[in-house]
Design a protein around this ligand. Structure first.
Ligand SMILES: Nc1nc2c(ncn2[C@@H]2O[C@H](COP(=O)(O)OP(=O)(O)OP(=O)(O)O)[C@@H](O)[C@H]2O)c(=O)[nH]1
Ligand SMILES: [Mg+2]
Length: 435
C-alpha cells in the first residue's frame, strides 16, 4: 500500500477546505459552532487550511443532500471561488448524500467520520494501530465506493486518500471484503499476543488515563510514571496503549496506561476496530478521567467521554476526575464551583508538575477502599508466588510449614483474587482462608 504523505508531516501541500454545519431546530447554535471549531481543528490536524465556513439553519435535514438545494449551490459557488480542494461536513453523511453532494459541488466531500479516520491513518505508527485504522477505513469506504473524484485526485492524494483509499477504487467489492477478512484475522492474531502479555501482567493494579483528545493524558503519564510518551498540541497524538510502571507510594507498584483520546461523534467503526486497544482501559482497575479545564467546552467533553465509556462497558469503574491545565484557569469562581460539584476531584497541571502528589494520595485513598487481608498457603514448589506477593502486596506475617509457606497478606482485593487464581491454576489443592 503506497501512502501519500503530503500534509503537516512534510509540509508539502496544504489542501484548502470549506466547512459546512447544520443547526437543526431545537439544537443550540453555539453548540454547532463549537463543533465546527473542533472540525476546523481536525482539518488542521489533517493538514488542510480552512478558507471558509457555511452554516445553515434547518427545521429538518434534506435526505438527499443534508442541506437545502439552495445551500448546496452556495457551497459549490464558494468552493469554486475559493479554489477549495475539499468540503468537510460536520454531520455524518450517508453514501447517497456524499454521492449527490459531490455531483453538485464537484469537489471531494468528506464527513466528520471520514476526516477522523483520515487523521488516524496518517498517525498510526504501530503495526496494530495501522491494521485497526485500515480496517475501520475499509468498512467505512465499502458502501461509499462510487466516488467520482477518486479517479481525478488519486495521484495527488489529500484528505480521504490516505490509507487504503488510493488503491481500492479499481478493485471490486469482493476484493475489499477479502481484505477486510484478512485484516480481521491479522488483528485477531495480534490480540492473542496482547492477551498473553496481559496475562503476564496479572497481579498488578492497572490504572488507565482516559479523556478527551488533547486533555493532557500523555503529559500526565510522563510526570507520574517518568515516561517519555509523545505529547503534542494537536488532536489524536496518541493512538496506541502505552503501559508504564507507576509507583503510587512505597508499597504500591501499579501499571499506568495511556491510550487513544476520545472525541464527540467518534466513528463507530473506529471504536470497533480499536476495541482491543481500548480493552486495556476496560480491564483496568481504576480510571483517571483527565479533563482540559481550560477548554471552553470541557463540559461537553466530559459528556462525550462518558458516552464512549458507556459504550465500552466501563462506566461503573472506579474513576477519579482530574481537572488538568489549571495553570490556565484564572476564573476563581469556576474553580470553587468545580471543587464543590465534582468532589473529590483533583486539580493538576501536568505542564508545571502541580497536583501530582495530591493525585497520588487520592489514588491511594481509593485503592485502600478495596483492600483486604487474606491468608495464602503456598506450596514450596510455587516459591515464585511468594516472591511475587512480596512485590505486589503487603506481607503481614510469614510462617513456614512442611508443605507450604503460609502468608498473611494485605492488598487490593482484585490483586489477591488474581493470586488466588494463579495458585489454583498451578495447584488444585492450594487454597486460602479469608482473614
Ligand atoms: N498549559 C498546559 N498545557 C498542558 C498541560 N498538560 C498538557 N498540556 C499541553 O496540552 C497538549 C496536549 O497534551 P497531550 O499530553 O498530548 O494530550 P493527550 O490527552 O495525550 O492528547 P491525545 O493523545 O491527542 O489524546 C500539549 O501541547 C501539552 O503540552 C497543562 O497542565 N497545562
Ligand atoms: Mg496522548
Amino acid at each position: 500500500m503506497v501512502k501519500t504523505i503530503h500534509n503537516i508531516q512534510t509540509g508539502k501541500k496544504r489542501e484548502k477546505a470549506l466547512l459546512v454545519g447544520v443547526v437543526l431546530r431545537g439544537a443550540r447554535r453555539e453548540q454547532v459552532e463549537e463543533s465546527l471549531d473542533e472540525l476546523a481543528l481536525l482539518a488542521d490536524t489533517a493538514g488542510a487550511v480552512v478558507v471558509d465556513t457555511v452554516l445553515q439553519d434547518r427545521s429538518a435535514i434534506n435526505p438527499a443532500t443534508l442541506i437545502g438545494t439552495g445551500k448546496v449551490h452556495e457551497v459549490a459557488r464558494k468552493a469554486l471561488d475559493g479554489a477549495v480542494d475539499v468540503v468537510l461536513f460536520d454531520e455524518d453523511l450517508s453514501p447517497v448524500q456524499i454521492k449527490n453532494l459531490e455531483r453538485e459541488i464537484k469537489k471531494k466531500v468528506i464527513d466528520r467520520s471520514g476526516l477522523i479516520l483520515d487523521i488516524f491513518a496518517g498517525r498510526a505508527r504501530t503495526h496494530e494501530a495501522q491494521i485497526q485504522v485500515e480496517l475501520a477505513q475499509l468498512k467505512y469506504l465499502y458502501p461509499r465506493l462510487t466516488r467520482q473524484w477518486m479517479h481525478l485526485s488519486r495521484q495527488e492524494g489529500g484528505i480521504g486518500m490516505r490509507g487504503p483509499g488510493e488503491t481500492q477504487l479499481e478493485v471490486d467489492r469482493r476484493m475489499i471484503r477479502k481484505k477486510i477478512k484478512k485484516l480481521e484475522e491479522d488483528l485477531k492474531r495480534i490480540e492473542q499476543q496482547r492477551r498473553v502479555r496481559r496475562k503476564n501482567r496479572e497481579g498488578l493494579i492497572k490504572i488507565s488515563l482516559v479523556g478527551y483528545t488533547n486533555a493532557g493524558k500523555s503529559s500526565l503519564m510522563n510526570v507520574l510514571a517518568d515516561a517519555d510518551a509523545f505529547v503534542e498540541d494537536r488532536l489524536f497524538a496518541t493512538l496506541d496503549a502505552t503501559i508504564r510502571a507507576f509507583r503510587v507510594d512505597e508499597h504500591r507498584k501499579t501499571l499506568l496506561i495511556d491510550t487513544v483520546g476520545f472525541i464527540r461523534k467518534l466513528p463507530p467503526h473506529l471504536i470497533a476496530s480499536f476495541r482491543s486497544t481500548l480493552e486495556e482501559t476496560v480491564e483496568s482497575d481504576m480510571l483517571l478521567h483527565v479533563i482540559d479545564v481550560s477548554h471552553p467546552c470541557f463540559h461537553e467533553h466530559i459528556g462525550a467521554v462518558q458516552d464512549v465509556l458507556r459504550e465500552l462497558g466501563a462506566e461503573s469503574k472506579p474513576c477519579i476526575t482530574v481537572f488538568n491545565k489549571i495553570d490556565r484557569l484564572t476564573d476563581r469562581v469556576l474553580f470553587a464551583e468545580l471543587k464543590r460539584r465534582f468532589a473529590p476531584a483533583v486539580f493538576t497541571s501536568a505542564m508545571r508538575g502541580i497536583g501530582t502528589e495530591t493525585l497520588k494520595r487520592e489514588i491511594v485513598r481509593r485503592l485502600d477502599a478495596f483492600v483486604e487481608e487474606t491468608i495464602f498457603h503456598i506450596p514450596h514448589r510455587h516459591a515464585r508466588l511468594v516472591a511475587l506477593l512480596y512485590d505486589r502486596a503487603h506481607v503481614l506475617d510469614k510462617r513456614i510449614e512442611d508443605e507450604a509457606v503460609v502468608l498473611t497478606v494485605r492488598g487490593e482485593a482484585r490483586i489477591l483474587k488474581r493470586f488466588q487464581r494463579m495458585l489454583e491454576d498451578g495447584d488444585g489443592r492450594a487454597h486460602s482462608d479469608r482473614g
